[in-house]
Design a protein around this ligand. Structure first.
Ligand SMILES: Cc1cc2nc3c(=O)[nH]c(=O)nc-3n(C[C@H](O)[C@H](O)[C@H](O)COP(=O)(O)OP(=O)(O)OC[C@H]3O[C@@H](n4cnc5c(N)ncnc54)[C@H](O)[C@@H]3O)c2cc1C
Length: 522
């Protein structure tokens, strides 16, 4: 491709989250000279794993939906054969019911079970069951759409009529799906139900304010969930190795502090060491607020844009409890489910509205992730690695009892207390759990922020609430564009709702744009 004179690289990528790695891999494959800077000691951002005392844990994402992207992107780059992706079963459990979500009917049956607890809400529940069916089928149709981004246009066009025929009936609900993407779930639920406890019970299964049709169709994702053998680090390592094999460079433990502008265009980066490195295109996989409010001077972006960046809420964070336990896999009876969302009571809790309640997690749902049940490489023989997660916010319990961001003894005590509350709930599915712990460590929203630099430990970019979000609708699909010339964004800050697909999609699109501009020399 030929590096332009005066520049060390064709493109610099700030961060090696999934968005940065995907963009870097496509560019390196095309022969561009790419340089990636990562502040952590390994690639991946939330696509990460770590090993302690022989137990391997996924530090961020625990399972990833294909969504028509995961396999396509890895295959197109050429690394699919370097990872082993296994479909994982997801379960929903309450103290008296366990549902394996392996078909649309099983999801609908879980909702119908709620009629036993809330008989006077039967009419509303039946409407929700109908919507779950319609929206999941629309989501499936969208995910299966022949996508010219991941193969020859001719092939996409040839398979399109078959796709249209297969999903014709389901696509009738597209209009409704799009309409309900603009409405938060709780607003939708208030139209269908009158019991506030039931509304809260359903609402707590998703990120705060998430769009109604997205939430009800998310069950399609969990039926299409995959886990990579050895943990999510294996995907990140495969992409990072590919980049370096193709001549790209990755420098770890390196913080980019500033995006350097020349004549109003992004033209390089300044590292924490003070060193300046130049390239005609800069791709930021960093937190959006950090990119525009910390790494660029105020005059680089319009005031209204900066105001929106500062004021738009971010997506929910999580508290995570990593446990190495002395329980053999065969003794854990979760009906072959490696991921179980356990809801301790039918009343539900809104942690976001219970920020001063130190006992909120005795009632909050807990996601129990046990990939080592199927993948023995993740735990020593006869033992099991378990990850417990629950939604959490940085301002919980007076900022987790930190003092000016410092992790005090009170912070540690609170972490201990909340983690024990989550363990107590998980113990209802895994009897004897608390007495079998060999290793334990706990992460809070502060931990997420420290490792990934995502504001407030946000797990998926901006808020999922469509009435408050930064990038929504079709306009939101262009979130990779920025007001600064030659600067692009990749990762979960480019779309709402964000998540791994936003990383795959933006990485693919931005790499194509930069490749094209490099070839055209514009
Ligand atoms: C618990 C949990 C569960 C999840 N579950 C799902 C799920 O089921 N489905 C789904 O689709 N998504 C899920 N997600 C979200 C998904 O994992 C993320 O949205 C996605 O991985 C984010 O990718 P990204 O490209 O935006 O980069 P990030 O993962 O945010 O990584 C950014 C990287 O850039 C680096 N960086 C930032 N700034 C700088 C700088 N200035 N200099 C150098 N390096 C820098 C950081 O260190 C980091 O490595 C989950 C996330 C979590 C935490």
């Amino acid at each position: 491709m030929g590096t332009r004179s005066g520049y060390e690289y064709d493109a610099i990528i700030i961060g090696t989250g999934i968005g940065g790695l995907v963009a870097g891999a496509y560019l390196a494959k095309a022969g561009a000279r790419v340089m990636l800077y990562e502040h952590h000691s390994q690639p991946g951002g939330y696509f990460t794993s770590f090993t302690r005392q022989g137990f391997t844990f996924d530090g961020g994402i625990q399972a990833c939906e294909d969504c028509g992207m995961l396999f396509s992107v890895l295959r197109q780059i050429g690394v699919l054969d370097r990872v082993e992706l296994k479909k994982t079963r997801f379960g929903l459990a309450t103290p008296d019911h366990f549902a394996v979500l392996d078909s649309l009917e099983s999801v609908q049956a879980f909702y119908r079970e709620l009629i036993k607890v809330y008989p006077d809400q039967a009419a509303g529940i039946n409407r929700i069951v109908e919507d779950v069916g319609n929206f999941c089928r629309v989501m499936e149709a969208y995910c299966q759409l022949p996508n010219p981004m991941f193969g020859p246009l001719r092939q996409a066009m040839a398979t399109y009529p078959g796709w249209r025929k297969k999903y014709k009936g389901d696509l009738k609900h597209s209009k409704e799906f799009v309409e309900y993407m603009k409405i938060p779930l709780d607003v939708y639920l208030q139209k269908r139900l009158t019991n506030p406890d039931l509304i809260l019970f359903i609402k707590q299964m998703m990120y705060a304010g998430a769009p109604a049709s997205f939430t009800l169709s998310f069950y399609y994702f969990v039926m299409d969930y995959y886990h990579p053998r050895g943990g999510f680090q294996s995907i990140s390592n495969a992409l990072a190795d590919f980049i370096t094999e193709k001549g790209g460079k990755i420098q770890y433990k390196t913080l980019v502090e500033e995006i350097v502008l020349e004549n109003g265009r992004a033209a390089g980066v300044r590292l924490k060491t003070g060193e300046i490195i130049r390239a005609p295109y800069i791709i930021s996989n960093s937190d959006a607020r950090r990119t525009f409010l910390k790494m660029l001077p105020p005059e680089a972006t319009p005031e209204t844009y900066r105001w929106r960046l500062a004021e738009t809420p971010v997506s929910d964070s999580v508290i995570t409890v990593f446990l190495g336990v002395d329980i053999p896999a065969e003794e854990i009876k979760t009906r072959d489910c490696k991921h179980i969302y356990y809801l301790p009571d039918y009343k539900g809790v809104d942690v976001l509205k219970s920020l001063d309640d130190e006992d909120a997690y005795t009632r909050a749902p807990v996601e129990i992730c046990i990939p080592s049940l199927e993948d023995p490489s993740m735990a020593p023989p006869g033992k099991t690695a378990i990850v417990l997660q629950s939604l959490a916010y940085m301002n919980y319990a007076n900022n987790w009892r930190t003092e000016n961001g410092k992790r005090t003894e009170k912070y540690k005590a609170l972490k201990e207390k909340v983690s024990n509350q989550l363990i107590a709930n998980a113990e209802k599915l895994i009897p004897g759990l608390s007495g079998k712990i060999l290793f334990k460590t706990v992460g809070t929203p502060y931990t997420n922020e420290r490792y990934t630099l995502n504001s407030e430990g946000a797990t998926a970019g901006w808020t999922y609430n469509p009435t408050k979000a930064m990038n929504t609708g079709w306009e939101g699909m262009k979130g990779f564009k920025t007001p600064v010339k030659n600067l692009y964004l990749v990762g979960h800050w480019t779309m709402s709702p964000g998540g791994a697909p936003a990383g795959f999609m933006s990485g693919r699109i931005v790499s194509s744009l930069v490749k094209w501009r490099l070839r055209m020399r514009i």
